[in-house]
Ligand binder design. Sequence first.
Ligand code: NAD
Length: 289
Amino acid sequence: MARVAFIGLGNMGGGMAANLARKGHDVRAFDLDAGALDKAKAASCLPAANAAEAVDGAEAIVTMLPAGAHVESVYADAVFDRAPAAILIDCSTIDVATARRVAEAAAAKGLTAVDAPVSGGIAAAQAGTLTFMVGGQQEAFARAQPFLAAMGKAVIHAGASGAGQAAKMANNMLLGATMIATCEAFRLAERLGLDLQTFYDISSVSSGQSWSMTSYCPVPGVGPETPADRDYQGGFAAALMLKDLRLAMQAAGDVGAATPLGRHAAELYEAFVAGGQGATDFSGIIRTL
Ligand code: NAD
């Protein structure tokens, strides 16, 4: 078992660090928030006074931070010159350009870094059932894989540096667009006089089927239990969907990809969040249709 530094113990990182400790790793944890540190301590991690202290002597350094700027500053301030032998594993959802820049900066210091964003929410982080999509060289992937496997159910090598974030952007743009399309389809079926359970029974085994329909149905009482059955609380907050759609649009702009539906999904979530629904599950957008 290894010494692992874990920086960023929020909604996601708290559960992930706990799983690394549960698997027997010696986890040195740091977060700016004292409450998050206390929770990590209760989950058998050793709280550090600052990021640099967590990093000293670590074989792997996992970060789970809000955005690219946080990752760049933590790496520059506390990681790059203190961890000559560690594999750097950033699990945050950040923009592709920053992920590549960070990997290059790490390589210039003789370090190995991967971007390893996750699919799955807070419950999956706690249960250790996340999916990781990993960008980096094969050798870097091989070094990161055992640590990621301790926190997830699937660890997939997506390609070179930034490819993990690229996969995450493309996947979540698809998710945002299919969720809105699924909501629209239910509303149309309803207006046309169909019973919603009957429409689900048909569409869930027809060509309109998608994960948004059969695993995350936005209609209460239809399909498996989802946030729709809990008044759209819990689940995947609309603000986070908007964050991912903005990152996808930024990446699409950088490479000149045409994403008209992704752009429109971003606009609709923008309005939803601006209307005070940022904490509502993203399937709650059905209420605006
Ligand atoms: P969060 O805000 O709950 O946690 C982020 C943590 O980072 C906070 O505890 C904060 O105090 C800490 N932090 C910020 N700057 C720091 C610094 N310089 N040093 C140490 N700690 C610092 O966010 P979250 O929901 O855990 O999400 C983390 C990442 O995972 C984000 O990039 C998010 O987009 C991504 N993600 C979240 C979900 C989800 O369902 N919440 C799902 C998939 C991916």
